[in-house]
Every structure is written in structure tokens, then in C-alpha cells.
Design a protein around this ligand. Structure first.
Ligand SMILES: [Zn+2]
Length: 383
């Protein structure tokens, strides 16, 4: 009788193992099957499967599958097996197979060429000169210029939202939820400050296009405010021991490979049509004011870095540069903050903790305020 039970147990276990492993396919067998090359950065957690005509990109810790510069939101994540081999959930495999087995259409080829011309990439400098200036753009007043306007407004931008979860961290922690919570706390920090108006780009779990985020900035400018823009994100790495706070400003070239991986990840959720429309609406204007904005944004990042690193309870990792769309098309001094790694057990726990969140937003607020005070006192660094 006992033996029979053991046999049943072993049979069940075999069945469970069999069915769970058959839900995944290793990257090596998939690439062999479809005759694809693999480019990957294991350290920074993104992968590309490609042949000479097509390419898909996958991120670790983010349920995204990207091809033809379009994002497919997936239910599951890729994972590593015991030997460090990358495993794809079957849903990814089906989509990848379908995509590579389709014949590339002529329109796709044309579209790709166009995209390569007009889309900014971190490895090549792009200048756009052919867009006509629409009347709506002329309404925007650049923040630099002879007539000084003090900064009197903060736009807090919680990353991702709605269909776009952002990164998925340890214990199922979702970047979109965490950053909304932290952004609201930061918002609350300024509520008693009557000289500063604060806005949130989203207050609930909704998807915002790049264009919607930048148009919000434009409408706030048009209402006569002189804002700065803080985009709030959470980071993900395949290496579970990486942790710490990072802050980014815009640059055509990213600081290092790690910064480039963060850039790819944070840019991934905006689709090509959205990026093109935003580019057409805002890039020409941005070109006129970009130098001033970069100086101000880097100064803002330095003030925040200083306050965060002086807080012994927060691990400050780095101040870096990368080509984020939400900064690239922005019309005001702007930074992108990675509050910490939700892929690190210790930091994910801290980030989920109310007291830690309060300390974090307090240091952020101090950094932001010290920048604003300095900017306003020196009349935009001129005195
Ligand atoms: Zn993010």
C-alpha cells in the first residue's frame, strides 16, 4: 500500500515537472529552431533574437516582447534555469515563431528605413530639420531667455501605468503601482508649500502616451507656470545583488552599458506612432532651447543626488545620462529618477515600506527645493 502511494506521488511529481518545463523553451533551442542569432547582455538584462531581416527584443523582469518597434504586453516573464540558460514562456515562443515565419512585407522594409532615419538612438546623433513649426508650438515660451521667470511648479510623472506594468520585481511587486504610490507621497510633501504648484501626470492606474505626458507639460507652461519635471521609475536587473538609487538626465549617448539598458527599458513602452507624433510636435522647439535645459536638468540632478547621498538610509548608486524619450521631448528642466531596484530583495522590501518611502520622498523634496532656491536666487544661474 505504502509503495503504491509513493509510486503515485512520484508519477504526479513527474507529471508536474514535465508540464511546467514544457511551458518554457530555452533560448538556444528556439534560436536553433528558427535559425536566429542571439545578442544579449546578461548583466543588464535584455536580449535580441534576430536574422538579417527581423529582430525581437525581450527584457528580463519586464513582460514585454518587442518587434517592429511595437510592444506586446505579456502575462509572464522570461526566466533563468539552474544553469543560467534563458527560458521563454510558451506564449513568447508562439509569437516569436509566428513573427519570424511570416514573410517580411515590402511596407515593413520601408517603414523600418523611415524609423531608422527619424528615431533617435543612443548610438547615433540625429538632427531633425524638416518639420514645419505648427502654430500650437509657437505658444510655448522657452524657460530660458532674457526675461527671467522663477521656477514655481513641479510636475511629478509616475512612469508606466494601465496596460504597461513596467518592471515586475521580487514578490510580484509592480513598478507602475510602486511609482504611483511614491509619486503621490512626493506630491503630498509640497502641498503645504504655497509658492510651489504641484501636478501629477497620472493619479491612478492608467496608460499615458508619450505625447499625452509632454502635452501636459505644454498646457501647464501655457497656464503661465514655470515648471520642472520629475519622472519616477523603479529599476530591474537580472543580477539580484544590484541595488541603489539612480538619477538620469538627457544625453544622446548613454553614460555606460548599464545606462543604455535602462534607457531601452524605459523607452520600450511608447509605441512608434506615439514617438513620431511627439517628435513632430515638439522636437523642433526643443532644439531651440535644449542647451539651457540640459544645464538646468543636470544641475537639478546634482542637487537631488547630493541630498540622497547625504541620507545614510538610502543607497545612492549613480547620476548618469541616457536618451530617454520622456526627457528628450520635454520642454522644461527634467530628470528621470530610478528610486531603487525592485529585483533586489532588500531594496524591494524597503521600497514597499511606508517609512522608507517617506524618507525617500523627503530627501527628493529637499534636493528639488535646494535646486529651485538656487535657480531662483541666481535668476537662472545668471547672478
Ligand atoms: Zn520604468
Amino acid at each position: 500500500m505504502e509503495r503504491k502511494k509513493v509510486l503515485i506521488f512520484v508519477f504526479c511529481l513527474f507529471f508536474i515537472l514535465q508540464s511546467s518545463s514544457s511551458n518554457y523553451v530555452s533560448i538556444s533551442s528556439l534560436s536553433k529552431d528558427l535559425n536566429l542569432k542571439v545578442k544579449y547582455s546578461l548583466d543588464f538584462g535584455y536580449f535580441e533574437l534576430f536574422n538579417d531581416k527581423k529582430k525581437v527584443r525581450i527584457f528580463s523582469g519586464m513582460p514585454y516582447l518587442i518587434y517592429e518597434n511595437k510592444i506586446n504586453y505579456m502575462e509572464e516573464l522570461i526566466k533563468l534555469d539552474k544553469n543560467g540558460e534563458i527560458l521563454f514562456p510558451i506564449a513568447y515562443v508562439n509569437l516569436i515563431k509566428e513573427y519570424f515565419r511570416e514573410k517580411p512585407s515590402i511596407t515593413f522594409e520601408k517603414k523600418t528605413n523611415l524609423e531608422q532615419k527619424s528615431l533617435p538612438s543612443s548610438s547615433s546623433k540625429v538632427t531633425i530639420s524638416s518639420f514645419s513649426q505648427s502654430s500650437s508650438i509657437k505658444q510655448i515660451q522657452p524657460v530660458t531667455g532674457e526675461k527671467f521667470k522663477p521656477i514655481n511648479c513641479i510636475i511629478i510623472d509616475p512612469g508606466h501605468g494601465g496596460k504597461d506594468p513596467g518592471g515586475l520585481g521580487i514578490g510580484g511587486i509592480e513598478e507602475k503601482k510602486l511609482v504611483l504610490q511614491v509619486s503621490k507621497r512626493l506630491y503630498d510633501c509640497f502641498r503645504d508649500n504655497s509658492s510651489i504648484k504641484v501636478f501629477l501626470t497620472r493619479r491612478d492606474d492608467r496608460y499615458l502616451t508619450l505625447k499625452e505626458r509632454i502635452e501636459m507639460v505644454k498646457s501647464i507652461l501655457n497656464r503661465g507656470y514655470n515648471p520642472i519635471f520629475i519622472s519616477i521609475h523603479g529599476n530591474i536587473s537580472l543580477k539580484p545583488d544590484i541595488y541603489g538609487f539612480e538619477i538620469y538626465t538627457l544625453s544622446e549617448d548613454s553614460t555606460d552599458e548599464e545606462a543604455m539598458a535602462v534607457e531601452l527599458k524605459e523607452n520600450a513602452n511608447f509605441d512608434v506612432k506615439d514617438i513620431k507624433e511627439t517628435e513632430e510636435l515638439f522636437y523642433i522647439l526643443k532644439d531651440l532651447i535644449i542647451d539651457g535645459l540640459i544645464v538646468q536638468s543636470e544641475s537639478l540632478a546634482s542637487f537631488i543626488s547630493k541630498k540622497i547621498s547625504s541620507n545614510s538610509e538610502i543607497k545612492f548608486k549613480a547620476q548618469k545620462k541616457a536618451n530617454f524619450f520622456v526627457l528628450r521631448y520635454n520642454l522644461v528642466p527634467s530628470v528621470l529618477v530610478e528610486i531603487g531596484y525592485i529585483s533586489n530583495l532588500k531594496e524591494a522590501k524597503l521600497l514597499n515600506n511606508r517609512e522608507y518611502q517617506k524618507k525617500l520622498v523627503n530627501s527628493l523634496k529637499e534636493g528639488i527645493m535646494s535646486f529651485i532656491d538656487y535657480y531662483n536666487k541666481t535668476k537662472g544661474f545668471l547672478k
